[in-house]
Write a protein that binds this ligand. Structure first.
Ligand code: AMP
Ligand code: GLY
Length: 420
């Protein structure tokens, strides 16, 4: 079969890497892809949000299966467009992807169906949000309703910070229309875990629990990023947490979406805070996480094409999903200045010195005169699997030592929480 992967980051490189191992896949394309993906797939210069362009390409090439990486095309309705055209595509429809596209909607559904999450209120008037924050008079989190490239969530320790966040989002409009409404929610403490699950709308099969590292500096300090590294499985997700997450969060959410006329098929990502009272939902995403997909897909033993086909035909319940024993760790190498402004175009050296059993997934890279150069904030995800998390950490960091580009920085403590 011919497969098309939509997107061009580390997650999409991991998807291409895994899908390509399927004996079912004869040819694989990626739009737009990147320099690393180009060594496995034919990259086509169509943007991930150019739905008419992608549809025309899929028709022309007679693509048998399309797999979507990022959230933007999902919330814009790529799955609806492809399905109407009779093309197989894996991911939620626009109405289902709204669970990520609108935080107000996600919170309202959680409230209505009793899915454990932080207490909250939603506002479309800045003055009302400000009054609520003053009454609350405690640390809180202010979230822009719509997609804001991972920047729309502001954790506020003081009332002043929270008022400033409302001013920025609703009055100054720093996230545009995404900030016409906000959610103000209770500040939760604990460790975070990402549980991604395959679902056909009925059956829910969670993947190995993963832990992301959102802040830019070691010890979870500094501003939030798209994710500086991840590992799986995450021991913070004990069998008890896992069971609660499945029974009280993932399954009820998939049922709720169906009841709301938003049947959900694809990957449902629950970002959870493991609190003293059990797991609470911080956010839902409508797709694989990035960088969580890198370690999780490295440990997936079952053919991903078979899982996707079972999900598309509503037969996921018949499918057994197997995982490799051990653990995997992904360390993200970022451009100097990221998550703030950074420069691109620096040559990357040492990729050929990385041992063959470590996979360097490319995120922001490009080919320039035959050389691999930096082309984004998160540049590479150095990913290794081993029998234990400690061995995987060591293996990934030994490979990191081989790689260099101007301004490169990374966290040195990816996976450390798993060892405590
Ligand atoms: P989100 O995109 O909603 O997951 O938020 C991004 C990050 O903000 C999360 O990964 C948490 O680190 C933090 N965060 C979000 N909501 C809360 C909350 N209610 N309490 C504490 N931290 C939060
Ligand atoms: N790693 C967080 C996300 O994919 O949203």
């Amino acid at each position: 079969m011919k497969v098309l992967v939509v997107g061009g980051g580390g997650r999409e490189h991991a998807l291409v890497w895994k899908l390509k191992q399927s004996p079912r896949v004869k040819e694989i394309f990626c739009a737009p892809g990147n320099a690393g993906i180009a060594s496995l797939a034919r990259c086509v210069p169509i943007g991930a949000e150019d739905i008419p362009g992608l549809l025309a390409f899929a028709r022309q090439e007679k693509i048998d299966l399309t797999v979507v990486g990022p959230e933007a095309p999902l919330t814009m309705g790529i799955v609806d467009s492809f399905s109407e055209a009779g093309l197989a595509i894996f991911g939620p429809t626009a109405r289902a992807a709204a669970i990520e596209g609108s935080k107000v909607l996600a919170k309202e559904i959680m409230a209505k169906y009793g899915i454990p999450t932080a207490r909250f209120a939603a506002f479309s008037e800045a003055g009302e949000a400000a009054a609520y924050i003053r009454r609350l008079n405690s640390p809180c989190v202010v979230k822009a309703d719509g997609l804001a490239a991972g920047k729309g969530v502001i954790v506020c320790q003081t009332v002043e910070e929270a008022l400033g966040a409302v001013e920025d989002i609703m009055v100054k409009g720093v996230f545009g229309a995404a900030g016409s409404r906000v959610v103000v929610e209770e500040y939760l403490t604990g460790q975070e875990v990402s549980i991604l699950a395959f679902t056909d709308g009925e059956t829910v099969i969670p993947m190995l629990p993963a832990q992301d590292h959102k802040q830019v500096y070691d010890g979870d300090r500094g501003p939030n990023t798209g994710g500086m590294g991840a590992y799986a499985p995450a021991p913070v997700c004990t069998p008890e947490v896992y069971q609660t997450a499945l029974e009280k969060i993932l399954i009820p959410t998939v049922r709720a979406m169906a009841a709301e006329g938003r049947p959900y098929r694809g990957v449902l990502y629950a970002g959870l805070m493991v609190t003293g009272e059990g797991p609470r939902v911080l956010e839902f995403n409508a797709r694989f996480g990035d960088p969580e997909a890198q370690p999780v897909l490295m440990l997936l033993e079952t053919d991903l094409v078979e899982i996707i086909e079972a999900a598309l035909s509503g037969r996921l319940g018949e499918k057994e999903i197997r995982w490799r024993p051990g653990a995997a760790v992904c360390v993200v190498l970022a451009s100097g200045g990221y998550p703030g402004p950074y420069r691109k175009g620096y040559p990357i050296s040492g990729l050929d010195r990385v041992p063959p059993d470590v996979v360097v997934f490319h995120a922001g890279t490009a080919l320039e005169d035959g050389r691999v150069v930096t082309a984004g904030g998160r540049v590479l995800g150095v990913t290794a699997a081993a029998e234990t998390i400690a061995a995987a950490i060591e293996k990934a960091y030994a490979a990191v030592e081989q790689i260099h580009f101007e301004g490169m920085h990374y966290r040195r403590d990816i996976g450390r929480k798993a060892l405590m």
